[in-house]
Structure formats: structure tokens, C-alpha cells
Design a protein around this ligand. Structure first.
Ligand code: FUL
Length: 565
């Protein structure tokens, strides 16, 4: 029996089923050990109430993180160096970390993760513990420090910073011995002490042989304890306890994605005595948090997913891939399939041998941002009236938990559904569906359906025009933690098609913009993010405007044209 419990009118963007929780009401404990003999219902309750740690929660909100693969491989044109490369090869001609940060910030990214050391062991900072670093390169006469430059740029532009430090080191003579764990902790300590706040430490899973043919046994417990002590807000990703690898390098997540995992914890005793928030697990095994799995394993942990992918085929810059940069549409598709599948997107944007992000990548990122900002500004449900029904008759914990019926004053067309759960309450929704009322046939018709929601779920479908829309949570662990439901209409890239006119010209020459018109005209110049840089009347004839190097959209009268200066 469905009982109507409330009629509410919402004008806001989201649908707050839960009131804002105060800091005291929130718990950020991200694991639970299931007491032996717990009933099924008790286990489901534990699962429904599990939440991220505060550092995981803050990380998830970022949505977009930029990966910066830059180092020796950039100069040898390789993907993996073997550690024998001459530091003299590292010599970026125009390295500008501010350009990296500004590019990524403009595209909506909230953090930059730099490959401070890749598998070749070459260090981008002035490490005291190895000679295989920038200090023996010609760049800035051996005085340069890429980590420092990026950290300062991040501070200047209010961007967060993360560090990739490859555990596998094909250069270090210590690799394969106990001394390597000391070496690694020393390097971690330098990076986590000298460069301000670090919000993510990224440990790659690759582990091959070192220069002496030996394989290393990693002392992860010691590494994790070092990180918790020096940078307690940093998440430890991939070969770490806070953030899980999505399992592919495509940027596409899974349709069903529980942040909750059923787990066997091998060891967190190293950190015993600390508060639960300080613990760092070493997992024996973990599996998706489905009902079957959570009934089998002794513990539950919150272990959310990060989807990494490069904007180009390779992780490092290769000139021959300049024409294979992912298009704006592809990047938007990746966003919807990573962040929109309860994940965080880690998009790699590798600077070139100059030490700059290439124009091709900038153009694509700007196009992505353009699609993003044109798609998401207006929730088409914002002005709808909504009736909420709760199924009071459902048995046990799983059942038709909630129905929301929206009525709009007139029909709207939409092709994208965005859902969110308040993960500070838990991840609870198991399945849902979206329907519209076909007024001609006087019948409800299904538009789309899905399983998990979590932090964010995006589903896209062929455009639907409707006035009455119904959203049903069919199955949920306890009451659904739904905190946002929105419908949008996707829009394409809004750079327009240049129109050809016989009496007006726009062109670039000698590092300047030229316009040629036969009458007084209005000139507008935008950057690729749609920001107005110039807007003025220009006299008939030829006019010249100095602009910095870059890509611009220039509009005069009916002509809209992209130019490169
Ligand atoms: C992989 C590495 O081997 C690649 O070079 C790259 O760094 C990628 C993000 O992780 O495992």
C-alpha cells in the first residue's frame, strides 16, 4: 500500500529529504567489524549506515582531478623508462606550472596530481636521497623543482595538490632490499613536509624488478602511518586504503557501483591506539557491497572508486598523438560515466617538452567545460510541484521505498537524469526507475532505470517531452538517502559554425588579431571558456588588436570564428 505522506512545493535545485546534519550528528567512521552471530537485518542496517571518512567525503566532492604525467619519459618519448636515462635529457624550455593550474581550473578541476617520481625513479624535486633527479639536469642549472613550482601555483589559484610516487623504482640500487622501504619513507617525508598541504597520495599498483633483478616487499603499514601523521587529510589511493582503482584505464565506471565493500582486513593493528579516522587498512580482500557479499565477509569498509584515463592515448606527452586528443564530447561522456557512476574522474593531461599543456588539449578541455556549463545550469524540475509517497506496507528492509511524482506547469524536454544520495547518511538505493505520463495514451511509460546511486548517478536517454514525471526507488537498504534529483537537457559545443561574409574578415597575423569591415561594427572576443575579453565598437576598415598567445572566439556582426594567435 502506497500512502501519500506529504505534498511539497520545491523551488530549489535539489530535493532535500534529509535535513542538514550538524557536525555532532555526523559520524565519519568508514569501517565496521560485523559481530559474529549478527542477523541479516542487522548486517543490512550496518551497511546502510556506513559512511565515508571525512577525508573521503571531501575527496568525493571534488569530482574532477587532473593527473599530470611529466618527467623523463616526456623527453625520451617513452611510456616507461628503465631508470638508466641520463638526467641531462630533462630540460623543459618554458615550464609554467601556473599554465597547468589555470588550464585545469578553468575546466572545472579541483586538484592536480603530479608524477613526482614515475617507475624510472627520476625525481622532479630536489631530493636529498638520490642523484637521479632534476638537480643533475640542465633545467634551471640544476636548481629547479617541479613539485615546488606546482605547489606554489596551486596555492596561488586555490587548487589542491596530490602526489604520485611510484613504489616501483627501476633506478634505485636499494630496490629489493629493506633499505628501499627507508628510502621510500624518506622520499615520502620530503614530499609531505616541504610542499604545503597534500590531499592525495597515489600509489600505483605496478611492481616489477629493480635494477638488480630483485622484487621489493613493500612495508605499506609504515608508509600509510607516515602519511596519516604528516598529511592526515590526504587520501591514499589505489595501492592504499582510502580510494580504490576502478579497474580499467578508460575513465568509464561500472553501472552498479557500491562505495561500500565487503572486506577481510589483513592488518590495521599497526595504527591501533589511534582514533578510527586515523586507521589505514591493509585489506586481505574486498568485494562489491552487494547483499550476497556483505553476508559473507567479516567487515564492511567504505572504499570509493576513482576512474583514471588519459586525454591522449599515452600517459606521457608524445607529439605524434597531437591529433588523438579526446574530443569535448568524449570527455563529457567520460564525465557522465565516471562521476555519474559514483566515482571521481582522474583525467591525465600531460605537458609537452616545453613544459606546457598543449593547445590541442586546452581546446578540448575548454570544449568539455562549455558542454558542461551549458547542460547543467537549470534543473528542469526546479519549479515542479512534487508529491511524495512512502510505502509504509513494505516488508523488511528491501521494498518499494519511495515514489516522487512531479507536475510541471508545461511540458519540458529532457535527456539526462542526475541523482544524488547524501553519502554522509550512507549509500542505500539498490534500484530505481524514471517514468513519464503519456497523456495521449493516459499511461505511465518507463524512460530509464538503474541500480546504485551513491554520490552521483547520471543516466542519459533519448529526449522525452513531458509534464508529469515519476521517480520510484524500488529497492533500498533502510530509507533511501536521496538528496538530489534533477533533469537536464544536454547541449552540444556552443562555438558555432563560422559564417562566411564577403565584406568582413577576421584573421591572425604577427601575433595579433586583425579585423576588416566595411562599416562600423561590434567586436566581441571570448576565450574558450566563453568569458568576454573584448566587447567594443570598431570603425570600418582594418583594425589590429594585440592578444596574448592563445585560442579565441571572435564575433563580428554575423561572423563567429575561432582564431589562434
Ligand atoms: C600505470 C603506470 O604503469 C602508468 O605508467 C601510469 O602511471 C598509470 C596511471 O598507472 O599503472
Amino acid at each position: 500500500m502506497l500512502m501519500k505522506i506529504k505534498l511539497l512545493i520545491f523551488l530549489g535545485m535539489s530535493f532535500p529529504l534529509f535535513q542538514t546534519l550538524s557536525a555532532q550528528e555526523l559520524s565519519y567512521v568508514n569501517y565496521v567489524h560485523i559481530p559474529p552471530g549478527s542477523s541479516q537485518q542487522e548486517i543490512i542496517e550496518m551497511a546502510a549506515n556506513l559512511t565515508p571518512s571525512l577525508r573521503q567525503y571531501d575527496w568525493q566532492q571534488m569530482e574532477l582531478i587532473a593527473f599530470i604525467h611529466f618527467g623523463m619519459n616526456t623527453f625520451t618519448n617513452k611510456e616507461w623508462g628503465d631508470g638508466t636515462e641520463d638526467p641531462q635529457l630533462f630540460n623543459p624550455s618554458q615550464l609554467d606550472a601556473e599554465q597547468w593550474v589555470v588550464t585545469c581550473k578553468n575546466a572545472g578541476f579541483k586538484m592536480m596530481i603530479l608524477t613526482a617520481k614515475h617507475h624510472d625513479g627520476f625525481c622532479l624535486w630536489q631530493s636529498r636521497f638520490t642523484e637521479h633527479s632534476v638537480k643533475n639536469s640542465p633545467w634551471k642549472n640544476g636548481q629547479g623543482d617541479v613539485v615546488k613550482e606546482l605547489s606554489e601555483a596551486c596555492q596561488k589559484y586555490d587548487m589542491k595538490l596530490g602526489i604520485y610516487l611510484s613504489p616501483w623504482d627501476r633506478n634505485s640500487p636499494y630496490f629489493g632490499t629493506d633499505a628501499y622501504n627507508d628510502y621510500f619513507v624518506n622520499q615520502l617525508t620530503e614530499l609531505l613536509t616541504n610542499y604545503g598541504k597534500i590531499n592525495e597520495v597515489w600509489f600505483d599498483g605496478a611492481n616489477g624488478e629493480g635494477p638488480n633483478g630483485k622484487v621489493q616487499v613493500y612495508d605499506e603499514a609504515r608508509w600509510f602511518a607516515t602519511i596519516r601523521k604528516l598529511q592526515p587529510d590526504a587520501v591514499i589511493a589505489i595501492a592504499g586504503p582510502d580510494v580504490r582503482w576502478v579497474g580499467t584505464e578508460t575513465g568509464y565506471g561500472k553501472e552498479t557501483e557500491w562505495s561500500l565493500r565487503a572486506a577481510t582486513i589483513k592488518n590495521c593493528a599497526e595504527l591501533d591506539g589511534q582514533s578510527p579516522e586515523e586507521k589505514a587498512f591493509i585489506l586481505e580482500s574486498s568485494s562489491p557491497g552487494t547483499l550476497d557479499n556483505i553476508m559473507q565477509e567479516p567487515s564492511l569498509v567504505w572504499y570509493p572508486v576513482e576512474a583514471d584515463v588519459s586525454i591522449r592515448p599515452g600517459w606521457f606527452y608524445h607529439q605524434e598523438e597531437d591529433n588523438q586528443v579526446s574530443t569535448p564530447d568524449k570527455l563529457f561522456d567520460i564525465y557522465c560515466s565516471s562521476v555519474g557512476r559514483n566515482g571521481v574522474l582522474l583525467l591525465n593531461i600531460p605537458p609537452d617538452t616545453r613544459g606546457l599543456i598543449n593547445d590541442k588539449d586546452i581546446e578540448s578541455l575548454a570544449g568539455f567545460r562549455n558542454i558542461f556549463t551549458n547542460t547543467f545550469p537549470v534543473n528542469l524540475l526546479a519549479n515542479a510541484s512534487v508529491s511524495l509517497y512512502e510505502n509504509t506496507a513494505r516488508q523488511g528492509l528491501i521494498g518499494n521505498a519511495l515514489v516522487l511524482e512531479y507536475t510541471l506547469s508545461e511540458a519540458v524536454t529532457f535527456d539526462l537524469l542526475q541523482l544524488q544520495e547524501d553519502i554522509r547518511v550512507g549509500q542505500r538505493i539498490e534500484s530505481f526507475k524514471l517514468e513519464y505520463e503519456d497523456e495521449n495514451e493516459n499511461a505511465w511509460k518507463e524512460i530509464t532505470r538503474g541500480t546504485t546511486v551513491g554520490y552521483k548517478r547520471i543516466l542519459r536517454f533519448n529526449p522525452v517531452g513531458a509534464k508529469h514525471i515519476r521517480f520510484t526507488v524500488e529497492s533500498s537498504r533502510l530509507f533511501p538517502a536521496l538528496s538530489g534529483i534533477a533533469l537536464y537537457k544536454q547541449t552540444g559545443l556552443l562555438t558555432g559554425v563560422p559564417k562566411v561574409s564577403s565584406d568582413s574578415f577576421i584573421f591572425s597575423q604577427d601575433n595579433a588579431l586583425y579585423t576588416k569591415t566595411t562599416c562600423n561594427s561590434h567586436l566581441s572576443v571570448y576565450d574558450l571558456f566563453g568569458r568576454v575579453l573584448l566587447s567594443q565598437t570598431i570603425p570600418a576598415g582594418t583594425n589590429r588588436f594585440s592578444l596574448k598567445k592563445g585560442i579565441y572566439i571572435v564575433v563580428i556582426n554575423e561572423i563567429k570564428q575561432k582564431i589562434i594567435i
